[in-house]
Design a protein around this ligand. Structure first.
Ligand code: HAM
Length: 426
């Protein structure tokens, strides 16, 4: 048996690679529209880059080993620590805010399932050096435009937003003590998945009293209704934090993306370093895993690079987005790549085709012809199978010297031409 790819790893045959390139093309287009410049880092990093700040979930999923120089290393499971290190190292020399994007391949030893593999590509867009919520609004607008660029609308995708500062203030306000915040976060995170009594039980075990428990669920539900939510926020004494979030929402209106955005306190994010507004993009039907996740991480550059700079960003994976594009019929069929097929008749040879191909390629056309010796009929079949835009036939008894027959493959239209003049016009 020939060995297949490892579980959770993909072979990209040309069809799949064309889809991947289509996604990357859309991402690059949006990054350019928002003024982001591309960077990259090493796929292998020191292990402690992730063990310090990323949080337990991702550390459990690391592909790590000891290298031949006895260094503890890991394949990158995410890009943010690399970005933080790179920017921190040259922060003084950079124009702020820094707007950088990258499309790294990342590795996580996850249980492979629908939408989750052990490698994926991820668009990362990050802004460093701006603390104002206008940057948060700019960031989510770019993530939403990375949906629009593929023809998706707010009927296909919803952006769910929360704010860790607001959430902390609310939780304190309803009587959840500091040491129980983790349990409250975990319950919110599972709100959609686990039944309420299971969550209640977990919170109780963590020591959260019955009054704060009830108010926690009330809060999570109320986020969808602005006036209910505003009242709860006032009662909990979290108005200052809420004002920030309202300013952010007003900015999303100005940027034309407000109707994609929904306040949702159950968006907690698995990574430990977020400090402010966080968000995730989901398919609106709720059938797939998250398409994208990110938020503000104002202390990470300080802890990884010793430079205190506010920062924010998101990661958008190619796996779930690809599934959604296929499900909504937004993944275009691969375009034919071949401009010309050159065929020759019985008064020529493969070298007749080679000479024409060489001239056309020198003009930048993509050209193929049958290798080895083949009958004309077979060459023409091969031209069809290759999806060539047109075929030029040379060296048949019907053609005089210097003549060729050009056939448009789409409609079969044929035309006799002077070969050199035709090549010069191609
Ligand atoms: P994340 O939420 O871990 O965030 O990943 C972001 C997105 O990457 C997910 O929403 C999902 O689409 C995709 N993704 C993650 N893991 C997998 C997997 N195993 N298979 C397929 N797709 C996956 C981060 O990685 C943060 N570093 C993002 C960020 C950038 N925050 C600030 N800047």
């Amino acid at each position: 048996m020939s060995p297949g790819a490892l579980p959770g790893f993909r072979d990209f045959y040309p069809t799949e690679l064309a889809e991947r390139s289509f996604i990357f093309g859309g991402w690059r287009e949006v990054a350019r529209e928002y003024g982001f410049v591309e960077y990259d880092g090493p796929p292998l990093e020191p292990l402690d880059l992730y063990t310090k700040k990323s949080g337990a979930e991702i550390v459990d999923q690391l592909y790590n080993f000891t290298d031949k120089g006895k260094r503890e290393v890991a394949l990158r499971p995410e890009m943010t620590p690399t970005l933080a290190r790179m920017v921190a190292a040259r922060a003084n020399a950079m124009r702020k805010p820094v707007r950088w994007f990258s499309i790294p391949q990342l590795f996580r030893y996850e249980r492979a399932q629908r939408g989750r593999l052990r490698e994926h590509f991820q668009l990362n867009m990050d802004i460093v050096g701006e603390a104002d919520v206008s940057a948060d609004a700019e960031l989510i607008a770019s993530a939403i435009d990375a949906m629009r660029v593929f023809g998706l609308t707010n009927e296909d995708v919803v952006a769910r937003v929360s704010d860790r500062r607001l959430l902390n203030a609310l939780l304190r306000g309803i009587g959840v003590p500091e040491q129980q915040l983790g349990a409250a976060y975990a319950a919110l995170d599972k709100l959609d998945r686990d039944p309420r009594d299971v969550l209640e039980q977990r919170l109780e075990t963590a020591g959260v009293g019955s009054e704060p428990r009830a108010r926690l669920f009330e809060l999570a539900r109320a986020a969808a209704n602005e006036s209910d939510f505003a009242r709860l926020v006032r009662d909990a004494g979290a108005s200052a934090e809420y004002d920030e979030l309202r300013r952010y929402l007003a900015h999303t209106e100005a940027l034309g993306v407000r109707d994609w955005v929904r306040l949702d306190l159950s968006i907690v994010r698995g990574l430990a370093y977020y400090t402010g507004i966080v968000f995730e993009l989901f398919d609106a039907k709720g059938e797939l895993r998250a398409i994208c996740g990110g938020g503000r991480y104002d202390t990470l550059l300080e802890s990884l690079g010793g430079v205190s700079l506010p920062a924010l960003g998101f990661g958008m994976g190619d796996v779930v987005l690809g599934e959604l594009l296929r499900a909504r019929g937004k993944m275009p069929p691969a375009a034919p790549a071949l401009d010309v097929w050159v065929a020759y008749g019985e008064s020529g040879s493969v070298e007749s085709a080679m000479r024409v191909a060489a001239k056309l390629r020198a003009r930048g056309r993509s050209v193929e012809y049958a290798l080895g010796h083949q009958k004309l009929a077979r060459q023409l079949k091969a031209a069809h199978a290759a999806g060539a835009r047109q075929t030029v036939v040379v060296a048949t008894p019907e053609l005089s010297d210097g003549e060729a027959m050009v056939r448009r493959m789409a409609d079969g239209g044929e035309q006799k031409v002077q070969l050199d003049a035709w090549i010069a016009s191609e």
